[in-house]
Every structure is written in C-alpha cells, then in structure tokens.
Design a protein. Structure first.
Length: 171
C-alpha cells in the first residue's frame, strides 16, 4: 500500500487499548480511518486524529469498565463531598489519565501517562495498596518518575512539600 510509505504510518502502533491494523477508508473530513483491534478482542474503526490525540483509547470497553467499577462500590451515587477521599483520588487519577475533557488531561493522559490495569479496573486493589503503603488524609499520591504511569512500583504517598519538589520543572 502506498500509504505505508508516508511518515504517519500507524500500522501496529498502540494507542491505549487499541492497535492500528490497516487503513479502512477516509472520513468526510478527509482523515484516514484505521481498522483497530482492541485488547478485549473487538475491532473498531477510528479516525487517525482521534488515535493520535488520545480521544479514542478503546472500543468502548474501557468506559464500560469504569462505569461498572463505580457502580460496584456505589460511591458514585452519593454526593462528591461525602465520598471517601481515597475514592475521590482514584477517580481523579482515572479522569486525568483517560478523559480528554478533564482539566489537567494534557499533563497526564495527553502525554501518555496512564494507570495500571490492576488499579483502573479495581478500586479495592488501589485501596489495599494505598493502606499498605502509608496512606493518610494529609498525604497526596505522587509518581516517583514524573514521566511514568500511575502503578504500584512508581507511586508513593507524599506530603505536598515533597510532591512539589518532584515536578517536571523542578531543578
């Protein structure tokens, strides 16, 4: 195929849970549409710009998992201020990693920062890790490697002062 010679060949590149397989057409706005395979096994067609900018990261299974997880713990049905702080932290991490409309998405999901699959699908796993790693209401979650993902090996509970020293713009 002639397209594969171009510099924006997405063949076999991974975008969230999607792997681009081949060009399947063009949209009305003249963007290429890619046939993608999701980690869950489903196929879907996605415009190249939506793959590249991160607005489409799965066939829809990711959103279904997030919604079902929230329903499982039933925290989503109570007022946000009444939700446990640790649950709000978990929701906020998922939002900034996976929701392009989130306030700070460009600093997280927009840069490729994601959340480990064991945490994104299971609040209890995040809760258990947090309690065993020194969680306290006066601490905040901090990524040890600021360019790394939210995962057990790269996270810690730190004071705001410690976290402010661990930023991309810190010298």
């Amino acid at each position: 195929m002639i397209y594969s010679m171009r510099r924006n060949d997405l063949t076999l590149k991974k975008f969230g849970r999607l792997t681009a397989i081949s060009v399947s057409g063009k949209s009305k706005s003249r963007n290429l549409i890619w046939l993608c395979v999701c980690d869950c096994g489903n196929n879907c067609n996605v415009e190249s710009r939506n793959l590249i900018n991160g607005s489409t990261m799965s066939c829809g299974c990711l959103q279904r998992e997030i919604v079902s997880t929230c329903k499982k713990y039933d925290f989503a049905n109570i007022r946000r201020e009444s939700q446990p702080r640790l649950y709000r932290t978990w929701i906020n991490i998922k939002s900034r990693c996976f929701n392009p409309k989130a306030n700070k998405y460009f600093n997280y999901g927009g840069r490729g920062v994601t959340m480990s699959s064991q945490w994104v699908n299971d609040f209890k796993a995040f809760y258990d890790w947090s309690i065993s790693h020194g969680y306290s209401d006066n601490l905040t979650i901090d990524r040890i490697d600021v360019n790394g993902n939210y995962e057990p090996a790269n996270c810690r509970w730190a004071t705001y002062k410690d976290q402010n020293m661990n930023k991309r713009n810190s010298k």
